[in-house]
Design a protein around this ligand. Sequence first.
Ligand code: CDT
Length: 313
Amino acid sequence: MSRLLTVAAAQLGPIHRADDRASVVRRMIALMEQAKARGADFIVYPELALTTFFPRWYCEDRAEADQWFEAAMPGPDTQPLFNAARRLGMAMSFGYAELTPEGRHFNSSILVDRAGSIVGKYRKVHLPGHAELDPTRAHQHLEKRYFEPGDRGFPVWNFEGGLVGMAICNDRRWPETYRVMGLQGVEMVVLGYNTPTVNGHSKTETLADRMFHHRLSVQAGAYQNSTWVVAVAKAGVEDGYPLFGGTLIVGPDGKIVGELDHDDDGVLVHGCDLDATRFGKETMFNFAAHRRVEHYELITARTGVGEPLGRAE
Ligand code: CDT
């Protein structure tokens, strides 16, 4: 008998700076109801799902950005989402800006079970962008100003009958993200993203190029670790700044099984057989049989590029 986890990738269209949390939560609940009607057990929302993608806005006084952070989860604005999940018997994952009791700031996501309990939290490791105002860019991307790098690694949880891990946006471009979870036997990686349609550094990179790199990264991570990957966009034009859509679900063979073709609120539902991950894990990517860790030392010893190791024979 297969282990089926029916997942809904719940893409959100634009959230403007003036939109309040309560209105976003209402949109998220509407998507959850659609997902339930289509048979989903688990709904996945994007990175920083509750607010506009605020790292595009420069606050000279960093504390001003705290308006976009959640000091409690659930809090007064998000409690209705948790209530809806419990009422519908739906597990969920979503991203938000986390302000800890100690005053630390993280770009986080959580796993919430069908009873509404938070069973896992991930904090984004690979923070892109910069910390200071950069007038040379087409738009600001100040994640390094507003967040600390995650301090919890890439854990995998027993969740909904499978092994589930989380990543956030830029993490999807790094093979280490998936491999650390692959080494825990991950069967489904869920991740949300806010990706600008335009590369702030390049005038020549097209939207098609950017979509290619998005799909390439997610498909490679799925295939090389024989896992499902559910990648969910916040999309559309937020206060004049476009984010691409491309919400998709990829199977453990690296093939896309479904993809949204618009930039609005919408759900993509797929029944994921978690046992379909076994084939790759037991053959091509049987890590225990084939990995050669004695040759991988540089991966954790070096961050940037260093001297080549080749020697004359
Ligand atoms: N949110 C996020 O991580 N976005 C990045 C774009 C960064 S461009 C400085 C991404 O990898 O999609």
